[in-house]
Ligand binder design. Structure first.
Ligand code: PMP
Length: 284
């Protein structure tokens, strides 16, 4: 079925949607994006995604095409027009179309597109069985805190993981795991500590990561934000990743090491439940 999508001011059928071949998103990956999940037709953690979008724009000195309120109106209109109950809303802003030049154009109008995608997030089979991940070198640039559309390194890593028979990759730099290809990485140690890398330019500041840390704290769990090695992860009792499009996702195998009993662990399951309850209660 054809979706209605949003392109620079217009709601159009997806087959009709067009952007310029001179768009700097296309030529330079000069664009940023956000993905908000939708449950029961409502947006999850959307204020966090809006705030990060604003930060990505300002870090890249990119003009904003409209206000957060206008963005929210478009998100909601797309959910309505596409009758979306569960899935995601994707939004992307680029610096706009201009003759090809590395320097930023003086007067390009930023380009804004949005579309919806249906996805079974709550009852995903992967959440029930847990993922197998492999560790791969992190070859991305040094501003991973900015959510840009230059996702080739992540795409390559995810495809390599798939070709190796795994579900995803956790990326390694200087001997430590940075994050997953499209998610933040966590382990639970034998004594029940939850460990995830601290915020810096080395990782994306996950909106779901932040919310899950809050849930963990409220539940009285011990949190430590520090880098951890693949070897430490192999010995972990549990592991999981977090993202807007998969929430808390259990990881049951890392490289050749099966964690615990090879099924999603109790801390992971508890955090998934707590996050879903919190997220639903605050949905807009
Ligand atoms: N890290 C990376 C590299 C990602 O691409 C994503 C998801 N886009 C995340 C972490 C998770 O962030 P969030 O919880 O905001 O979706």
């Amino acid at each position: 079925m054809s979706r209605t999508v949003y392109v620079n001011g217009d709601y159009v059928a997806e087959e009709e949607a067009k952007v310029s071949i001179f768009d700097r998103g296309f030529l330079f990956a000069d664009g940023i994006y956000e993905v908000s999940s939708v449950l029961d037709g409502k947006l999850i953690d959307n204020a966090g995604h809006m705030a990060r979008l604003g930060r990505s724009l300002s870090e890249l000195k990119m003009a904003r095409p409209c206000s957060d309120d206008e963005l929210l109106t478009i998100q909601k209109e797309l959910i309505k027009r596409n009758n979306l109950s569960e899935g995601v809303v994707y939004m992307q802003i680029t610096r706009g179309a201009a003759d090809r030049d590395f320097n930023f154009p003086k007067d390009a109008t930023p380009s804004l597109i949005m579309f919806t995608q249906e996805k079974n997030i709550l009852n995903s089979p992967n959440a029930a069985k847990g993922l197998a991940v492999v560790t791969l070198p992190d070859i991305r640039w040094h501003r991973r805190d900015i959510k840009t559309v230059q996702l080739l390194a992540s795409s390559l890593a995810k495809q390599t993981a798939k070709d190796m028979g795994a579900d995803d990759a956790w990326l390694v730099e200087d001997g430590f795991i940075t994050e997953g290809t499209s998610n933040n990485a966590f382990i639970v140690t034998d004594d029940g500590q939850i460990i995830t890398r601290q915020l810096s330019n080395d990782i994306l500041h996950g909106i779901t990561r932040k919310a899950v840390l809050k849930c963990a704290e409220a539940a009285g769990l011990t949190l430590i934000e520090r880098p951890f090695t693949p070897e430490e992860a192999y010995e972990a009792r549990e592991a999981f990743s977090t993202s807007a499009s998969a929430f808390v996702m259990p990881v049951v195998k890392i490289d050749d090491h099966i964690l615990g009993n090879g099924v999603p662990g109790p801390v992971t399951q508890k955090l998934r439940e707590l996050y879903i309850a919190e997220a639903k209660a605050a949905a807009v």
